[in-house]
Ligand binder design. Sequence first.
Ligand SMILES: Cc1cc2nc3c(=O)[nH]c(=O)nc-3n(C[C@H](O)[C@H](O)[C@H](O)COP(=O)(O)OP(=O)(O)OC[C@H]3O[C@@H](n4cnc5c(N)ncnc54)[C@H](O)[C@@H]3O)c2cc1C
Length: 400
Amino acid sequence: MRILVIGGSFGGLTVAFSLRQKLGARHEIVLVSKEARFTFIPSLPWVAMGWRRMADISFDLAPVLSRWKVGFVEAAVIRIDPAKKQVHTAVETLDYDYLVIATGHRSANEAVPGLGPFDGPGHSLMSPPEAEEAREAWTAFLDSPGPMVIGCAPGASCIGPAYEFAFEVHHALARRGLRHKVPIVFVTPEPHLGHFGVGGFGKARQFLEGEFEARDIRYRTSAAIASISAEAVQLVDGPSLPSRYSMILPALSGVRAVAESGLGNPKGFIPVDAHYRHKDHPAIYAVGVAVALPPVEETPVPVNFPKTSNMTRQMAAVAAHNLAADILGGAPVTRTLSAECILDMGDRGAHMFADPIRPPRNRSEMSIGRRWLWAKRAYERYCLWRLKRGWAGPASGLLG
Ligand SMILES: Cc1cc2nc3c(=O)[nH]c(=O)nc-3n(C[C@H](O)[C@H](O)[C@H](O)COP(=O)(O)OP(=O)(O)OC[C@H]3O[C@@H](n4cnc5c(N)ncnc54)[C@H](O)[C@@H]3O)c2cc1C
């Protein structure tokens, strides 16, 4: 059997390593990624702030995969043909018996004129080149500070990093004695602060309102951004907010290769069953940000459901178990997703946990302290160390 995995990040690596563990050496596993390196995406806000270099948070995929006898093709997939069980890249066509899609997102920058950085004057954190561009612009901004708008576009799902960036910017400016020169407005489609697309975590709303007020960060909730220019962020049915540096995270869609192969919903995200198997194609599994998951509730301005790296690894563990069960025999499993993340607040961290992630929940907690900032830094090191050694980690262990 030949199993193709598309994507060299949290989802693709977790599936590839788990499958190698479960299947032994008998079956061929090949990972296809358009990037030669794995990048620890949650550290991109630190890259934008100049607190990390890309080399600190990434590693080459080829040596790690080769040690685990996983083939590696560095190429962008342009089309998938589920009828012929083939994946087309610009250079070759690859056959598969089973396919796992872990291609993450495409930033839907076209939805708001001016979303950037490569489509407009705005800045973003969604990919390494965007975080590096944001850092260069930030360095220039410090020489000539002015008003800032930070936040998310309507329909965004990856909202936590916008909060992190607001706290980090405040911290960095206050340390330089420049904060009084930079009015900051946080603009979000969320119906209240701390909603995060999941209906909130514990007392996140009261906590974040208090912390923003204590730092003099003004905020606008249920706000829809109409456009971004080099001088301002224009709200729908609202004012034009002066801004010389606008960090606005976009709504996401599925990548073009999936959308154009007819495997996704209208946004290009992949519909899966409880086993992370494609609803119409039994030989295809999908995990991570590429998967279609509905919003938790209707909100005045759309807010979509987030897919964190922790959730991605839980999905990957379930998909790897079920794919191995298809081949070796055994019962499929499913799992209710929980969420755990740490928000960097510049001088402290906030740990958030929700089980299950969709309300109503058994547990929903938030805890604050300097120890969580240290835990976030330690987790980055641990995760890079673990993946570099080809260890899929505890999320896959839970399923045996
Ligand atoms: C700024 C930021 C901060 C974040 N912070 C946190 C956090 O603190 N905690 C947390 O849990 N989560 C966080 N997340 C979310 C987390 O990064 C994602 O959940 C995780 O990266 C999803 O992994 P994935 O494997 O599904 O997709 P991705 O990480 O997006 O990886 C997609 C992979 O597919 C490859 N690919 C894409 N298209 C193709 C193609 N056509 N052909 C071949 N290969 C392709 C890419 O090269 C990449 O290797 C953050 C996200 C961002 C953007």
